[in-house]
Ligand binder design. Structure first.
Ligand code: AMP
Ligand code: MG
Length: 293
């Protein structure tokens, strides 16, 4: 998943605990093998390879996640768009490469999640344009976290903290108290901007400090505004809190693209989700439900 995966949980039998931990990591790896855009045997790789050529029949799990991604695209007015990858692949953060004007223009028209055609009978996906690519980096980690917490529960665990990169879910309490989750200060590495108590809920943070480089004064990072093909620049960090990690993950990426005003408007009409935004001037903004507390 291109990120670190962690699990903390309580169990009174050490041998059993080790088995549970192995099952947890095996399940995370299974999802990685299914959804990675880099692994040639993944279903997702096959969809991208056949863009503009033919539809690809896939398993129910990936099909449903793509379907949900399209739905979130509609809910967020296109801020969440898994076809961002049609341009996204032109960035290489490690090598400090961003697309030049020409390749950006050539590929930008390929960003449009409405050009993904789903066929429920065949459970297949077609990317209608050649060169179009999808990437679930904005939602798959959250999905994997929900999935792993459900697995831990079936194995009898009642208290756990699971995280994959910026996506974390707390199951039950940490002893007598809620789990304590810290939100990173976007400009001071290792320093916390804020701490929140969590119990049976998920939190996802999207930040412009996770994967980025700065060139000629411009910060190029991994969250792409589908309208421009460039890194979204209105805010530094967005955290979303709510029941489902798959949703907090996708919504944190979406609100990052939407910015403070539109982002808060979106979250304020979703009663199950709350947002905490650090804008480009480091000012904090909260959704209505957090203000009320
Ligand atoms: P997160 O750190 O959860 O906000 O996810 C960032 C990841 O989401 C990136 O690394 C991309 O894989 C993906 N992504 C970037 N921009 C978008 C977008 N506009 N819509 C959907 N996914 C995106
Ligand atoms: Mg996200």
């Amino acid at each position: 998943m291109g990120t670190s995966v962690k699990v903390t949980f309580w169990h009174n039998d050490e041998v059993q605990a080790k088995k549970i931990a192995s099952a947890f990591f095996a399940e995370m790896e299974r999802i990685n093998q299914l959804m990675s855009p880099y692994i040639e045997s993944s279903e997702l790789y096959s969809i991208n390879k056949n863009a503009g050529i033919k539809e690809v029949s896939i398993g129910e799990e990936l099909y449903q996640l793509i379907e949900l991604s399209i739905e979130i695209g509609n809910q967020t007015n296109g801020a969440f768009d898994i076809t961002f990858a049609s341009v996204g692949f032109l960035y290489n953060y490690r090598e400090r490469i961003n697309p030049n004007q020409e390749s950006l223009l050539n590929n930008q028209a390929l960003i449009d999640y409405r050009q993904i055609k789903l066929n429920p009978q065949k459970q297949s996906v077609l990317l209608t344009q050649e060169g179009m690519k999808i990437d679930l980096g904005g939602i798959a980690k959250g999905y994997a976290v929900d999935n792993a917490v459900a697995l831990l529960q079936t194995l009898g665990v009642t208290s756990a903290l699971v995280s994959a990169g910026g996506d974390t879910k707390a199951l039950g309490k940490h002893g007598q108290r809620p789990w304590l989750l810290a939100i990173q200060d976007p400009r001071k590495k290792g320093k916390h901007a804020i701490q929140l108590p969590m119990e049976d809920e998920a939190i996802s943070t999207s930040g412009d400090y996770e994967r980025y480089f700065i060139k000629e004064g411009i910060r190029h990072h991994h969250i792409i505004d589908p309208k421009t093909g460039r890194s979204a620049s209105e805010v530094q960090s967005v955290s979303i809190i709510g029941a489902k990690s798959v949703m907090t993950d996708a919504l944190s990426t979406s609100v990052f693209v939407l910015g403070v005003k539109e982002g808060l408007a979106l979250i304020n009409q979703m009663p199950a989700y709350e947002a905490l935004i650090i804008d480009k001037d480091r000012k904090l903004h909260f959704s209505n439900g957090l203000l009320a507390n």
